[in-house]
Design a protein around this ligand. Structure first.
Ligand code: GLY
Ligand code: MN
Ligand code: MN
Length: 447
């Protein structure tokens, strides 16, 4: 189907990738870049494969997400060539050669057998190859995923092209449909499993299509940061619902978390306080800002929320210095988002790959860079009641600043995370997630 906005943005996206790649190749002494889409690994002692996850370097160029063994070749000054795997296979449905507006800008060539690739790729000069080692058994180790080249590409990838921003907006819109459906399921008493299935149905996704495993956590389960189970039984006493779930559009990810209370009370009030702090942090996603400062500001704001909610007896910097916020907020405030949910290059200080260090005492922060227009990040503060962290605080002296009666009251609710996807621009930040929720509401009102 024609899609005018994306169709008009795609050629410039290709041009930007070509320009970035050309300068990375020049700097590292290569003549060409060869990208393998990858192939799904086979399960141990079985003939079944794991789900196929395409090489993100490959899908950066072309939205071919579900066909392994494809190879893209960039030679500066030439059109991108894509060798498209079209086997003669009566066991599976072979992928159809794409025919869409974007295919006019690349040179698509079908091939039947991966053994043909060596011949097809002859004569490229000194080529760098990016892809899994098992797909490139004959490539010299030095030219396979060479770090000096890959670092440059990863560094550049943080700044999204207008095409990528549009893909990210659409991923958010898709995810919002799922979020609405899952919330409705929670509200009518459905299990975590049922809410998850409603989510997938609403986004027209199967599990392998979403960019990470949905976190669908009721009550105490919300205290497990990456809760991975799906309880099949409905909750006896519904208290809270944390859902961290995304979607993909043309290979670009949304990563959205919402937390809901089953009814009014102390937990619902805490959600409201954290939501206000989260909006404030989103407003600070400004070009030239050091993301480490965003993270440290998040700790101060979380301290204030905890203090106002009667959970700790200190506020702001005093609480942060006593490491009280780390008891309740033990992860980073956010990360780069794009072709991967935790997009690469977050702690790279330069194209050469030198690390830009995390602030002392914050080992889980995934992004330490200076923000620029086009960089898309998540902003995801949380407050959780995690037994092991509370026990550590109780035994190391921090417990004296914690109001344990409040903690006991809130512990059955698990925790809260509120996560938006936000683009830094030349002016005000663009909150892709809140805009998608607002558009969804408008659409429903109009219907
Ligand atoms: N969904 C994983 C994360 O929020 O980083
Ligand atoms: Mn995230
Ligand atoms: Mn998330």
């Amino acid at each position: 189907m024609a899609d005018d906005t994306l169709d008009s943005l795609y050629p410039d996206h290709l041009n930007t990738l070509a320009a970035r790649t050309q300068s990375a190749l020049q700097a590292t002494g290569y003549d060409a870049l060869v990208l393998h889409a990858g192939a799904p690994p086979i399960q141990f002692l079985d003939d079944q494969s794991y789900p196929f996850k395409v090489n993100p370097h490959f899908k950066a160029w072309v939205p071919i997400l579900d066909n392994p063994h494809c190879v893209a070749v960039h030679v500066p000054g030439r059109r991108l060539r894509v060798y498209f795997w079209s086997p003669d296979d009566y066991w599976h449905k072979a992928a159809k050669l794409p025919d869409a507006a974007w295919t006019r800008h690349v040179d698509l060539q079908p091939f039947a057998d991966p053994k043909q690739l060596a011949g097809l790729l002859a004569g490229l000069g000194r080529a760098a190859y990016i892809g899994p080692r098992d797909q490139w058994p004959d490539v010299p180790a030095a030219d396979l995923n060479p770090a000096e080249l890959v670092n440059r590409l990863h560094y550049d990838r943080a700044v999204k092209t207008p095409y990528e921003l549009e893909c990210l907006r659409r991923a958010s819109a898709l995810a919002v449909r799922g979020h609405r459906a899952a919330l409705a399921a929670f509200r009518r008493g459905a299990s975590e499993y049922a809410a998850h299935m409603e989510y997938l149905l609403a986004c027209e996704a199967r599990e392998e299509d979403v960019p990470y495993n949905n976190i669908v956590a009721y009550g105490e389960h919300a205290a497990v940061l990456h809760y991975q189970h799906l309880e099949r039984r409905s909750p006896a006493t519904p208290r809270s619902f944390l859902i961290d779930a995304g979607a993909q559009f043309r290979g670009y990810a949304a990563d959205i978390t919402r937390t809901y209370a089953a009814g009014p009370g102390r937990f619902a009030d805490l959600i409201e306080l954290l939501d206000a702090a989260q909006r404030c942090l989103c407003a600070g996603v400004m070009a030239t800002r050091d993301f480490r400062d965003v993270h440290l500001e998040a700790h101060r704001l979380v301290a204030d929320v905890l203090h106002r909610a009667g959970i700790i007896s200190l506020a702001g910097d005093d609480a942060v210095q006593k490491r009280l916020t780390s008891v309740f907020f033990p992860h980073g405030i956010g990360h780069l988002l794009g072709l991967q949910v935790h997009d690469v290059g977050g702690v790279q200080g330069d194209p050469q790959g030198h690390e830009r260090p995390r602030p002392a005492g914050h080992p889980y922060l995934r992004l330490t860079r200076i923000l620029e227009p086009g960089v898309v990040v998540t902003i995801e503060p949380g407050i959780y009641f995690i037994d092991s962290l509370l026990a550590a605080a109780r035994s190391d002296g921090r417990g004296a600043y914690i109001h344990w009666d409040a903690v006991e009251e809130l512990r059955p609710f698990g925790g809260i995370r509120i996560e938006d996807n936000v683009a830094a621009t030349a002016g005000e930040p663009e909150n892709l997630t809140r805009a998608a929720f607002a558009r969804d509401t408008e659409t429903k009102k109009a219907a």
